[in-house]
Ligand binder design. Structure first.
Ligand code: BG6
Length: 509
C-alpha cells in the first residue's frame, strides 16, 4: 500500500517551548531506555527548543561526568537510526545531575537554585517541566515539596507542568487520595498523567481511522459489530521487576490504564473537536457506560492466571514463582481476561473481551473488531458450508498497521470461498520506523496539549471498574496457580470465557 501525505503546514512544525526539564528518578531504567532517547529523537527532528536543559535528580551519588556518559550511552543504545554526533554533543552539554533524597526538603531549595543558574547560563525561559519517573510512593510528596518550595507557581509568562508516571494509585481510594494531594498544589491543566500507550502511533491513528474516514463510522456500532477483542500479550516474564509486580499484578499493571485507553478510544462518540477536554469528555463517557461488575459477574466474567514453566521460541522459561524476588507461593496474577458490556445505544449487547498477560506465546497488542456474519441464504445450495465474518484488526505492536479480512471466491469452476486480507502497514506506507512513543507525549507536555493524558475523572472511573475485581480476588485467593504454561495463550478458562458465548480469541501465529 502506498501513501500520499496530507500535511498541514500550520501544525507541522510545532517545536517545544524553551524550558528546563527536571527528571526525578534520573538513574532509573525509564530515563535511560525511554526518556533520554526520546528527547534526543525530538532534538534530531528539530522539535526540541535550542534553549533547553535537563536536570536529572537521583538518590545515587554520581559524578556529573559519569551521569552524562550514562545518558549518552543510552542514546547510542536506544535512539532510532544512526546517532548524529553534533546533536549528541549538544545534548551532552545540556545535562546536569543533582544528587539528593526526594524526601529531603533541603533538596528542593538546592534544585531551585540550580535551575535558576542553568536558565541564566543557557538563556532558558522560566518554564519548568517536571517528570516523575520514580516509585509511585514518591509522587504525592515530591509534588507537595515542589509546591512548598514555590517551584510550581506559574505566571503570565511562564508555566510549570508535571508528568506523573503510572501507576496512578493502586485502587479507587488511593487514586482519589492522590488526586486530592496533587490538586492541592497543582491546577488540572498543570497535571499530565501519562499512559505511554497513547504515544503509540496506531493508538493515535485509531481516532484518525474512525473520524477522518467516512466508511467506518456508519458501521461502528451494535448493528454491524458482533464483538470486540483487545489483546496485549507479552513474551517477556516479570524480569527484574519482581518487587513492583508483586504489589501490582497484571490487572493493575495493564487494565485500568493501557487497555482501558484502547477501549475508550475504540468505543467513544466522536468528540466535537480534538481539544483536550473534548476528547477526554468522550473517553470518560465511554468508560462510564461500562457495566460495573457484581461479585457474581466477577466470578463468571473475569479470569486470572499465573505462568508456570514452559518454552517460548525454543527457550525454556521458569515459572513465575521461581523468578527472582517472587514469593514461592505468590498469588499474584500474570494474566487476566475479562468480558465487559456497555450500557449505551451504540454498544448495548456487544461483548468486549480484554486480555493481557506475560510469558504468552506471542508478543502482540491488537484490537480486533469482529463484524456480524452476512446472511447465509445465497450460499445454501453451494459447496460452501459457512461464511467467515469480516474482521478489522488494528495492530498496535510489534508491527503497526491495520488489516481487513473478508471473503472472496476462490478461482475455479465451483463456488468456493477463501478468506483474504488487505493490509496497511505503517513502515511500508510511510517508511517511518516507530519511535519510543514518549516523543509525542513529552512534546505535548512542553506545548501544553493534554489530549493524550489522563484526566482525574478518567483515572477514577477506570479504578471504579477495577475495584470490584480487586475486592473479589482479595477475598478469594486463587487455588490453581500456576494455571498456564509459559508459551501458551493463557489459562483454559480464558478460552472458555469466549467459547461459552460461541466465540474464539483471535490468536496470532
Ligand atoms: C508497562 C507495564 O506499563 O507496560 C509493563 O508496567 C508492560 O508490565 C509494559 O510490560 C508494556 O508496554 P509495551 O509498550 O512494551 O507494550
Amino acid at each position: 500500500m502506498s501513501s500520499r501525505e496530507y500535511n498541514n503546514p500550520s501544525v507541522a512544525n510545532r517545536g517545544s517551548d524553551s524550558c528546563v526539564m527536571v527528571i526525578f528518578g534520573a538513574t532509573g531504567d525509564l530515563t535511560r531506555r525511554k526518556l533520554i532517547p526520546a528527547l534526543y529523537n525530538l532534538a534530531k527532528a528539530r522539535l526540541l527548543s535550542p534553549n533547553f536543559a535537563i536536570v536529572g535528580i537521583g538518590s545515587k551519588t554520581m559524578e556529573q561526568e559519569a551521569f552524562n556518559e550514562k545518558m549518552l550511552d543510552a542514546i547510542r543504545e536506544y535512539a532510532k537510526d544512526e546517532v548524529d554526533l553534533e546533536i549528541l554533543n549538544w545534548f551532552g552539554s545540556r545535562i546536569t545531575y543533582v544528587n539528593g533524597d526526594f524526601g529531603d526538603d533541603g533538596l528542593y531549595g538546592r534544585l531551585d537554585a540550580h535551575c535558576q543558574s542553568i536558565k541564566t547560563e543557557k538563556r532558558i525561559s522560566n518554564n519548568h517541566f517536571y517528570y516523575l519517573a520514580t516509585a509511585p510512593s514518591f509522587f504525592g510528596s515530591i509534588i507537595q515539596k515542589l509546591g512548598a518550595a514555590g517551584m510550581t507557581k506559574e505566571d503570565n509568562e511562564s508555566w510549570r507542568r508535571v508528568i506523573i508516571e503510572k501507576p496512578f494509585g493502586r485502587d479507587l481510594a488511593s487514586a482519589m487520595e492522590l488526586n486530592i494531594e496533587v490538586k492541592n498544589v497543582l491546577k488540572e491543566k498543570q497535571i499530565f498523567r501519562i499512559d505511554h500507550y497513547l504515544g503509540k502511533e496506531t493508538v493515535q491513528n485509531l481516532m484518525v481511522l474512525r473520524f477522518a474516514n467516512s466508511i467506518f463510522e456508519p458501521i461502528w456500532n451494535r448493528r454491524y459489530i458482533d464483538n470486540v477483542q483487545i489483546t496485549a500479550s507479552e513474551i517477556v516474564g516479570v524480569g527484574q521487576r519482581g518487587p513492583y509486580y508483586e504489589t501490582s499484578g497484571a490487572l493493575r499493571d495493564m487494565v485500568p490504564n493501557h487497555l482501558f485507553q484502547l477501549l475508550s478510544l475504540t468505543t467513544m462518540e466522536p468528540p466535537v473537536s480534538f481539544e483536550a477536554n473534548a476528547v477526554r469528555d468522550e473517553q470518560t463517557k465511554a468508560l462510564r457506560a461500562i457495566q460495573v461488575l457484581t461479585p457474581e459477574e466477577v466470578l463468571a466474567r473475569v479470569v486470572r492466571g499465573q505462568y508456570g514453566a514452559g518454552e517460548i521460541n525454543g527457550e525454556s522459561c521458569i515459572a513465575y514463582r521461581d523468578e527472582e524476588k517472587i514469593e514461592p507461593d505468590s498469588s499474584t496474577e500474570t494474566f487476566v481476561a475479562m468480558k465487559l458490556m456497555m450500557d449505551n445505544w451504540r454498544w448495548a449487547d456487544v461483548p468486549f473481551y480484554l486480555r493481557t498477560g506475560k510469558r504468552l506465546a506471542a508478543r502482540t497488542t491488537e484490537i480486533v473488531i469482529n463484524f456480524r456474519k452476512a446472511p447465509f441464504v445465497l450460499f445454501k445450495n453451494t459447496a460452501i458450508d459457512h461464511l467467515q465474518e469480516n474482521r478489522l484488526v488494528i495492530h498496535i505492536q510489534p508491527d503497526e498497521g491495520i488489516s481487513m479480512q473478508f471473503g472472496a471466491k476462490k478461482p475455479g469452476p465451483i463456488m468456493n470461498l477463501g478468506s483474504v486480507q488487505m493490509d496497511f502497514n505503517y513502515v511500508d506506507a510511510f517508511g517511518a520506523t516507530p519511535d519510543t512513543g514518549y516523543e509525542r507525549l513529552m512534546l505535548d507536555c512542553m506545548v501544553g496539549d493534554a489530549t493524550l493524558f489522563q484526566r482525574a475523572d478518567m483515572v477514577e472511573t477506570s479504578w471504579n471498574l477495577i475495584q470490584p475485581i480487586l475486592d473479589v480476588w482479595n477475598a478469594l485467593k486463587p487455588r490453581d496457580f500456576p494455571n498456564y504454561a509459559s508459551g501458551s495463550f493463557g489459562p483454559a478458562a480464558s478460552d472458555q470465557l469466549l467459547s461459552g458465548d460461541g466465540k474464539k480469541w483471535l490468536n496470532k501465529g
